[in-house]
Design a binder for this molecule. Structure first.
Ligand code: C2E
Ligand code: CA
Ligand code: CA
Length: 748
């Protein structure tokens, strides 16, 4: 085995002629030169001839050493110019010349001149003989033994040099972070190491496998050289050569070296589950002869270490760029891709999308299942948009899609594709659910910006607009939306202002029975006053509270305040009710049950004196959470009416199925019905349908006697508007109740 390791690095036949062993004879006696020449004539060691060099003095020998740096053996006479010329030469060779390789055999004519043991040790002398003893056989034996020694030290030296080279290589290799870069660096250095181009494959995983178990189909060609070069990046399973493919796969699976006639597959053994193999198209034995088995082992274990580390880095990079839930890109990855395309001046379109009512879905099915929904949604988006430059999950149920911009009807086309694809429900284990995607668009052309964050923000503003209005499933960013968003932000900040500078209080607006004009109810409407004493627009403040997620807090305050104030109204009958408004967002939280219960119990107000006003938008996605809340309220005796009826989805068909008691016709219809025949027609048909379904009808925004007349003729049940009263604060309210009695309204 040792001899294999020591075997010459090139095929023997070739080297015989060109690579003889150089043997230097140093002796002041020309006869010795002659005798030695005759003795070794025709000799070979391992197929290589001997080439004799001659020096007649230590001085001459020095010159020969200068001219030849590959002298294998020197036979040195101890006594030449002077008694110590031979030893002096030997000391010079080792110390001054720094030659540690040439094997040295000392010869002397007189026994008295034998060198001391310490000299033999110090100068690494291989042999000592008296010239008289050196028969041909003995001489050749001594030379061959010395040649063996020479070969050994040379091969150790080569290894040492290679190892040193490896260390520098590896310092460079592990600098490479991306696996492909790392892998090609490995092959480049490997070829340097063997000093010839070999066909090589470095196969392995792209990143750390989940839970340490890898999927064979994820093993790919990370880098390749020579005939394999075109296979780079492909899965190992597409290698055409059966034998090599099997060997690589087996090597990866078993982590055991696969030695073949075609080459060798060396396993990359790591501690973190990164598994791989280096295939070299040279049989192991030959490879080991070339560079030494230690070098190969060291190389492979260094590669494994580097691979392990790079895999980890890639994993960390993945954590930053690959969304764990969906396998899509992350927001960071999205921004990076965006910037790449933006740099190339590609016109870009950003779609920011979310799942309507996702929170409700999560409440219903739990986090694990919700993750499965996200995964399927992401998958479906990938199918819809094979043309996407990237698709990312931003957070929760929010997705970002980056598409090439330009082209007419692009938005309509995208909306249609999404609607179409989400027509089919998503199937979980035993659940099926139909998802509605909402989409916000921003294109670079429209906003004259190719800045990633900005375009994403614009798309988000558009999506937010969709969420706010709840009327459509998509919107394209428009600068006005941004102003609205800024305004909402400003207003929302007023809700939480450092020292709660914004004052909240309630106003109440009476709702009258249409036929006898008795007070039926009061609608509680919030009022906001800024520190400077100005009233803030209620509708916009509510919108801001919704957008910023503060609506539940605000709503809880409203329930508490309105219920307790209302319970203290004096001079009204206890059949008069209190109407309160519920925002869609508020309805989606679980705390609303407790907020209502706490408020009614502390105000000692029975729930049957309450009317909850909700908007049509609430019923759009027909989710169970909303329906259960409304059913719960009605079971407790409260009523539910649909506010602003007619402004949203004017489909009557769904009215029948909803847990509601009545509708409030939106002010815009009432306002216009005396001049606008269409508005009147709408009002008529709304009332007809409501009556058919046994729903109560309230007209809001009644400002004139003419409007009141029409509504009474149409048998509308309740009237509300400035004709009777504006919303009133506590003080004015007492006056209104008193005065209302004298104006003929009754309160029993
Ligand atoms: P809304 O529920 O449709 O309330 C009716 C709005 O119309 C009120 O505006 C009221 O002052 C106004 N109004 C009443 N009669 C007339 C009339 O004859 N003519 C005209 N031009 N307007 C009339 P307000 O108080 O500014 O409230 C705006 C919106 O804010 C409300 O619309 C409601 O959606 C929301 N809001 C108010 N308070 C609350 C609350 O406590 N909770 C929630 N969630 N929303 C509220
Ligand atoms: Ca209302
Ligand atoms: Ca209304």
């Amino acid at each position: 085995m040792v001899m294999d390791f020591l075997a010459p690095s090139e095929p023997e036949e070739k080297t015989t002629a060109k690579n003889p062993w150089k043997i230097l004879i140093v002796d002041d006696d020309p006869d010795v030169h002659e005798v030695t020449r005759i003795a070794v004539a025709g000799c070979q060691f391992e197929g290589r001839n001997f080439e004799l060099l001659h020096a007649l003095s230590a001085q001459e020998a020095r010159q020969v050493f200068f001219d030849h740096d590959d002298i294998a053996v020197a036979l040195v006479d101890v006594v030449m110019e002077n008694d110590t010329a031979g030893l002096g030469l030997v000391g010079w060779i080792r110390s001054e010349l720094g030659n540690r390789f040439t094997r040295l055999i000392l010869r002397t004519g007189q026994p008295g001149y034998a060198p001391q043991t310490d000299v033999i040790m110090k100068f690494d002398i291989d042999g000592y003989a008296e010239k008289a003893e050196l028969s041909r056989t003995k001489l050749i034996t001594a030379i061959v033994a010395a040649l063996r020694g020479y070969k050994l030290v040379m091969s150790l030296e080569t290894n040492r040099r290679k190892l040193k080279q490896l260390n520098t290589h590896f310092a460079a290799i592990v600098e490479k972070n991306a696996l492909s870069d790392f892998a090609s660096a490995v092959l480049r250095h490997f070829n340097d190491l063997v000093e010839q181009p070999l066909d090589c494959l470095l196969c392995g995983l792209d990143s750390l496998p989940d839970y340490g178990a890898y999927d064979r189909s994820n093993i790919r060609v990370l880098a390749a050289t020579g005939i394999f070069e075109s296979k780079t990046d492909l899965p190992v399973d597409v290698l055409d050569d059966d034998v090599i493919r099997k060997a690589v796969n087996l090597c990866v699976d078993t982590q055991v070296t696969q030695s073949l006639a075609e080459g060798v597959a060396l396993p990359l053994v790591t501690r973190n589950g990164m598994t791989g193999a280096l295939f070299v198209s040279m049989p192991l034995k030959q490879l080991e002869e070339l560079v030494g088995s230690e070098v190969i082992q060291l190389f492979v274990s260094n590669v494994s270490l580097g691979y392990e580390k790079t895999g980890l880095l890639e994993h960390i990079r993945d954590l930053a760029y690959v969304d764990r839930v969906t396998g899509l890109s992350t927001f960071s990855g999205f921004i990076e891709t965006f910037q790449r395309y933006a740099a190339a001046s590609t016109p870009l379109l950003v779609v920011h999308s979310d799942i309507q009512r996702f929170r409700v879905i999560v409440d219903g099915i739990g986090d694990d299942q919700a993750a499965a929904v996200l995964k399927k949604t992401g998958h479906r988006l990938s199918q819809i948009f094979p043309d996407a430059l990237t698709i990312a999950r931003k957070e929760k149920d929010e997705f970002l899609i980056l598409l090439k911009g330009g082209g007419a009807n692009r938005v309509q086309d995208i909306v249609a594709r999404v609607e179409d694809a989400f027509q089919d429900p998503i199937t979980l284990d035993d659940n099926q659910m139909t998802l509605r995607m909402r989409l916000g668009f921003a294109t670079a052309e429209e906003v004259l910006s190719q800045e990633a964050e900005q375009l994403v923000r614009f798309a988000s503003i558009a999506l937010n607009d969709v969420r706010q209005k709840g009327l459509t499933n998509h919107a394209v960013f428009h600068p006005l939306m941004q102003e609205a968003a800024f305004e909402r932000l400003r207003l929302a900040s007023l809700l939480t202002g450092a020292a709660n500078q914004t004052e909240f209080f309630m106003h109440y607006q009476p709702i009258m029975q249409a036929q006898d004009e008795k007070i039926a109810s009061f609608e509680a409407l919030m009022r906001f006053r800024s520190q400077s004493g100005n009233f803030l627009n209620t509708a916009r403040m509510i919108e801001a509270a919704e957008a910023s997620g503060q609506i539940s807090e605000v709503g809880a305050w409203m329930f508490k305040t309105a219920f307790s104030e209302f319970s203290k109204f004096s001079g009204i009958s206890d059949t008069v009710r209190l109407n309160v408004n519920l925002s869609p967002r508020q309805v989606q939280t679980n705390r609303i049950y407790k907020d209502i219960e706490d408020a009614v119990s502390s105000a000692e107000l029975p729930l049957h004196r309450l009317v909850f006003e909700v908007t049509e938008g609430l019923f759009l996605s027909n989710d169970q959470v909303t329906l259960s809340l409304l059913t719960w309220l009605r079971n407790k005796g409260a009523r539910v009416v649909i506010d602003d009826f007619g402004t949203g989805y004017s489909s009557f068909s769904y009215l029948r199925k909803l847990p509601v008691d009545g509708i409030k016709i939106d002010r815009s219809f009432i306002m216009n019905m005396d001049q606008d025949a269409d508005a009147l027609a709408v009002v008529k048909s709304i009332i007809a349908v409501a009556q058919a379904l046994d729903l109560s009808v309230t007209a809001e925004g009644v400002e004139t006697a003419a409007q009141r007349k029409i509504m009474r003729e149409l048998h509308c049940d309740y009237l509300q508007g400035y004709l009777y009263s504006k919303p009133l604060g506590e003080d004015d309210l007492a006056g209104f109740i008193q005065e209302a009695g004298s104006r003929g309204f009754s309160f029993d």
